[in-house]
Each structure stands twice: as C-alpha cells, then as structure tokens.
Design a protein around this ligand. Structure first.
Ligand code: FUL
Length: 694
C-alpha cells in the first residue's frame, strides 16, 4: 500500500510538472505557445500598399490626397493565391503605413479609403484581405505604423488614444490575426494635419507599449507582436532588411536594455527572454512598388540565398510583395516566386535520411524512447537525447549504399529550449570520415548547403550544448544545382570586371544588350567599354556539366572617367567614383553642415536624375545621408536646385537611392548632405552617379 501510494504520488508529481521521470529538464528561457505556433509557420508574406504607391515614394509624407488612391483592378484573391501557391502560411498587410492613410474605413479618421475614389469610398481593403486569406487557408496579419505623418496629434498623448482605437478596430473586426507589426521608423518630419514640421518622440516612453500590449493580448490572445522600436515584444527584427539573419542565431535576447545590431543579428546566447528572429525583406529593392524596379526583381539565386539565410538559420521569412497602383502583384514578382517554389519543392522532395539506419552511442539511459532513430521517424515531437551529464554526442546515419547529397537539415525540439552551441557534420567517403561543415547554433531549424558529396554514411556531432543535447529531426537532400550569375562592376575608367564565387565555372558576357551564351565572349581580364552608356550581361557557365546561370545585367550610365571632384583635395574621395560599392569616402569631421560635394563632369551633360549609394560600413560615423539637396550649374557659380528631400528608408535599407528630376543641361553637380543618420558631420559615400537622358 505504501509503495502504491508512493507511485501514485510520483505519477501525480510528474503530471503536475509536465515531465515524465526521465524526460530532460527544459533549458530556459522557453518559447510561449504563440511563439511555437508562429515559428512553425516558417514562411509568410508582406504586402505594401498605400497612397505613396501613387507618388512613387518609399514613405508617404502624410499630405497625399486620398483621391489618388484608386486601385481599379484590386484583387486580394490574386495576392492570396500567389502566396498560397508559394507555400506561404499567411499575409501581413500594411493597414496603415507611415503616411497615416488607412486601408480600412476607420471611424477615427477621414484619412482613409472612405475618402478615395476606390469603390466610391465604400471599400474596405483590410476586410477583402482578411476574406481572401480565409478563402485560401492563410493566416492574416496587420502592420499598423506607430509613426503617423498625417495625424495632427502625433507627438501628443491624444495620439496614443487614437492609435489604440485603431488597433482595437483592426483586432476586433477582422477575425483572428496571427501577427501585428509595429514598425519603429521615425524620420521626424511630416504633414501632421498641416503643421508641416518635425516631431521627434522618445520611442521608449511615448507609446507606453506595456499598456498597448495588454490591450493586444486581451483582444487577440493567440497573436504574436513584432516591435523593433519599443519594449521587447514576441519577435525581433534581425537588424537588416536584406534578407538574412546571422549564422549563429540564438532565439534569445535580454528582456530589458538596448539591443545593438549585432545582438539583433545573432540573438544573445545567455539572454533571459525568448525573442526569436523574423527575417523581413522585399522581392524588389524597395517595399513599395516603383516601375523602375521592374527589372530589379530578385532572381532565383538571390531568393534561394534568402531562403537558406532565414528559414535555414533558425528564422522565419517574411517576404514582401509591393502592390502596383492598379491593385495587383506584378507578373514578374509572381514568376520569381514561382521559380523559387519550384526549386524548393524539387530540393526537398526526397528525404534521403528516411531509409538510413540511425545509431548513437550516447542515448539517454540507453532508453529506446530517446534513440537515434527518433531523428528520422517523421515525428517532430520525438527526439534523440543524451544523459544529463553530457553536453555533446553524435548520431550516425548509415545509408547502406553510396548516396549523393548536398543539403543537411537539422532541428532541435525548442519547446525544451535552444541548446546546441556548436556542431559539425562529417561524411563517410571511401572508408574514412571527411568533414563537411562546422557550425554553431541549430534552434528550430538549420539547413546547410555544401558541394555535392557521395558517401555511405553521415554523422552529426553536437560539440557543445547548454545542457544535454536534444535533436528532433534530421533530413538529407540532393538539391538541383543553381548557378549564381556574376556580379558586374565598372570602374571610373570604364573597365568592366565580372566577379563569380564559383571556382569551377567560367564567365561569358555581352556588351550589346544581347543574352550571353557559351558562344559569347569569354571573360579573362577586365573589359574596356567606351565612355558612353553600357548595357552589360554575363553568365556563369560550368563546362563540366554544361550548365549555365541566368544572366546578370547592369546598365551603366556615362563613364565617370573625366569627372573631377572640386570640393576636396583628398584623393580618397575618388572612391565614390570607382564603381566599387565596398569602398567609400567620408567627408572630414567637424565640417559645418551641409556637407558639400562638387563635381565637374568634364562637359555639359543632359541630366535626368542622380543615384547615391551610402557607405556600406554604415556603423561608421555619418555613413548614411538621410536628407539631401542636389544642385546643378553650367559654370560652377550659378546653381539651381533640381532635387531635394529625404532618402526615406535608407537607415534600414542602405542601398542605391535613385532620384529622378526634370531633364536639365549642366556641367557641374553639387550634392549636399543636409542630415545623416547619426546627425554627425562626417557624411559618407560609397558611390555617386548621374542618370542622363538618352
Ligand atoms: C521599415 C519601414 O520604414 C519600411 O517602409 C517598411 O515598411 C519596412 C517593412 O519597415 O522600417
């Protein structure tokens, strides 16, 4: 009787704690149920659409007339179909972007679809999006920008009430919402109901996020919160909008305190809160639609890199489709995502680990329940575990015949914490173990790419972990080879260079705009182009497999050979004309703003715009100019301003900034940096270029 009581007591205790006697203890912090559900989604979409879609701007100013908003062919079902066919699990819509314009008829403002010609002001795009998601079996999420460049009260406490009222509308009237996005951007200036001024707020205190979070939790208890500007939410930004998270990626951060970029990229190994990374990027360079980017849609190799650098690195992927003014996703974007989907499907079609025999010498208590075969049993909840005193261990997969593969997928059961600090993978080739990879973290999912290998066995070695290592899943694949096209660079003298990362391959190119093949000119040394514009295309070609990459293309404007920088004697300044994005020049410190750059083009040119690339070492002082003025002159004395304004989203997306203006003839140009991100004087430049008329 006594014994029985003891057993009953023990069973009761294990039920109470949720663990059976032998189950490994969790290594905290742990994900919440909402975070776990979200992580399993892996892949979902963003759609960016607002009044600034019609003004060709990255950010609306808040003064755009609602009358310009008229997506005549709007079809949210097209968006949902494209995302569903791509294997995505949800869509997040910019219900309100920084312009303040609302895609739903909010009762708290007139600045919304209700004052647009679209559906005679009777439309509700958030509703149409939510309905389309439901129809296509997708989850639905909302982006509600805290920064509102239209609202007169922005900066005052009244605005917070307005913001929460809007949030309540969105989280009450449209069914279940899986994620809400609170973007932290705040460039200061705005229309603000006609005040046309700069309003800075203290993002740490102004929004009072804890109270807003309480409201959110009450209205949508199953939702995750994304917030890069305020108090720690459920998910973190990964510090870049280019589509990758660090190779080392802990789903942990510290619950309080500042988060420098490095931490966003890698998480914090000993962080005290579970805040996993979401990789957000756009299928084109910018978030909103710009016709000039129709030929800049990301290519298959670029999208594959993004896939492996997000989902393959313990992140989720939030991929954006900019909506065109007519209300549809562009066919080029659809084609690009279809190509990615096809390649992903082909890659992960046949799991070669399934038929292998798995073994390990470090099975927890020699208990079959934690045996090595748990990593290939297709059950995500079962896992291999070692004894508590171990922080390392190996699993071997025996294919029992020569097997070729080039992808390795591995998962930890993160409900028990993220543990693995380092691991390696070996292949058994010709009777000996050959190292394939040595890596750091795993987390929810890690996918490694490596050159194709033929082996009879594969071995995962967990080298170090924060507790006894646990592995829930291993998959092995042979992916089709997709060659990456070369990068094309043209220097100041007009010499063109092609750069490829693939050592086995050769490069073929054309300079007349035609599509290169293996019969085109072969690249051996830099190619001279004349001083005019140049349309260069190139492919990577593998002579052993006869396989070619898609073509890369660069359309260069006039060469900068005869340009002379007049505003400084510093020879290093020529780096901004050298055609190499990774070299840069910073203006002298403590020089009064606006910092000025004056260039003699050598002769009169017909100019239609300019391009600026910020210094790519953007952590250095003043690297990124945010506000500018661009002037032209015939004689270096009389100047005319032809373009002036902001590089809206340059801080998060420090890429080429293109500013077209009405055509004008000039020999001199003057680029003035009015402000930079750090409000320091040493403004930085990687490249400066002009756009000339044909
Ligand atoms: C950024 C915003 O400023 C961009 O416009 C875009 O919405 C992106 C997703 O977040 O920080």
């Amino acid at each position: 009787m006594k014994n029985r009581l003891f057993i009953l007591f023990f069973l009761g205790l294990s039920c109470y704690t949720g663990y059976t006697q032998n189950e490994p203890k969790p290594v905290g912090p742990l994900p919440s149920q909402n975070q776990l559900r979200w992580q399993k989604m892996e892949y979902y979409a963003f759609v960016h659409f607002s009044v600034n879609t019609y003004t060709d701007m990255a950010w609306g100013f808040g003064n755009e007339d609602p009358k310009i908003f008229n997506p005549e062919k709007l079809d949210c079902r097209q968006w949902a179909r494209i995302c569903k066919e791509a294997g995505m699990k949800g869509i997040i819509i910019t219900a309100k972007h920084h312009s303040g314009f609302c895609l739903w008829p909010s009762k708290y403002t007139e600045y919304s679809v209700k004052n647009s010609p679209w559906k005679n002001g009777k439309g509700d795009m958030v509703r149409e999006m939510a309905d389309a998601c439901k129809e296509f079996g997708l989850k639905f999420g909302v982006y509600l920008s805290p920064w509102d460049r239209n609202h007169p009260d922005y900066g005052k406490p009244e605005y917070i009430t307005y913001f929460r009222n809007q949030l309540t509308e969105l989280l009450t009237n449209y069914g279940e919402v899986f994620e809400v996005w609170f973007d932290g951007a705040n460039g200061g200036s705005g229309y603000y109901g006609g005040a046309n001024e700069t309003r800075k707020i203290d993002a740490k205190t102004y929004y009072d996020w804890p109270t807003t979070y309480q409201l959110v939790r009450k209205l949508q208890p199953n939702m995750v919160i994304w917030n890069d500007g305020g108090d720690r939410a459920d998910l973190r930004w990964v510090g870049t909008e280019s589509g990758y998270v660090g190779e080392t990626n802990w789903s942990l951060l510290n619950a309080t305190g500042d988060v420098p970029e490095q931490m966003l990229r890698h998480g914090v190994e000993n962080g005290n809160a579970w805040v996993p990374g979401e990789v957000n990027t756009s299928i084109r360079p910018e978030w909103f639609y710009h016709e000039r980017e129709d030929r800049k849609v990301k290519t298959l190799p670029q999208l594959l890199d993004i896939y492996y650098h997000s989902i393959g690195r313990n992140g989720t992927l939030l991929l954006n489709f900019p909506i065109m003014p007519n209300g549809l996703i562009h066919e080029k974007d659809e084609k690009a995502i279809q190509e990615l989907t096809k390649t992903i499907k082909e890659t992960f079609a046949q799991n070669l680990a399934k038929n292998a025999v798995a073994s390990s010498e470090q099975v927890r208590g020699k208990n079959a329940r934690y045996g090595a075969n748990k990593v290939i049993d297709g059950d995500v909840d079962s896992y291999w575990a070692t004894d508590d005193n171990a922080t390392s261990g190996s699993i071997t997969l025996d294919f029992r015949k020569p097997t070729t593969f080039n992808r390795f997928l591995v998962q930890e059961p993160i409900r028990l914490g993220q543990r693995v600090k380092s691991f390696s993978v070996d292949a058994f080739v010709d009777g000996k173990w050959v190292p394939i990879a040595k890596e750091t973290t795993i987390g929810y999912k890690r996918i490694l790419r490596f050159p194709t290998v033929e082996a009879t066995k594969l071995r995962l070695n967990v080298l170090d972990a924060k507790g006894c290592p646990l592995i829930s899943n291993i998959e092995v694949y042979k992916a089709p080879i997709v060659l990456t096209p070369p990068t094309i660079l043209r220097d100041k003298e007009g010499l063109v260079q092609f750069v490829s990362g693939d050592k086995e391959s050769v490069i073929y190119y054309t300079t007349d705009g035609s599509t290169p093949t293996s019969s085109s000119a072969k690249y051996t040394s830099p190619v001279k182009t004349d001083e005019g514009k140049a349309d260069i295309k190139a492919i990577t070609f593998n002579p052993f497999t006869n396989q070619a990459s898609i073509a890369s293309e660069e359309k260069f404007d006039i060469s900068r050979k005869n340009w002379k920088i007049l505003s400084t004697e510093d020879a290093n300044a020529n780096k901004l004309l050298d055609g190499n994005p990774s070299t840069s020049w910073h203006q002298k410190r403590n020089q009064p703003m606006p910092a000025e750059l004056v260039i003699d083009l050598g002769k009169v040119e017909r100019l239609e715009g300019f391009r600026y690339l910020p210094a790519q070492n953007w952590w250095e002082e003043g690297s990124i100019i945010t506000h500018y003025q661009f002037d032209v002159s015939q004689d270096n004395t009389d100047w005319k301003t032809v373009s002036e304004g902001e590089f809206s989203n340059i801080k998060n997306s420090p890429f080429w900034q293109i500013k077209p203006f009405a055509a004008v003839s000039a020999r001199y140009i003057r680029f003035r940096a009015l402000k930079n991100t750090q409000e320091k004087t040493a403004s930085g430049y990687a490249e400066l270029d002009v756009i000339t008329a044909n």
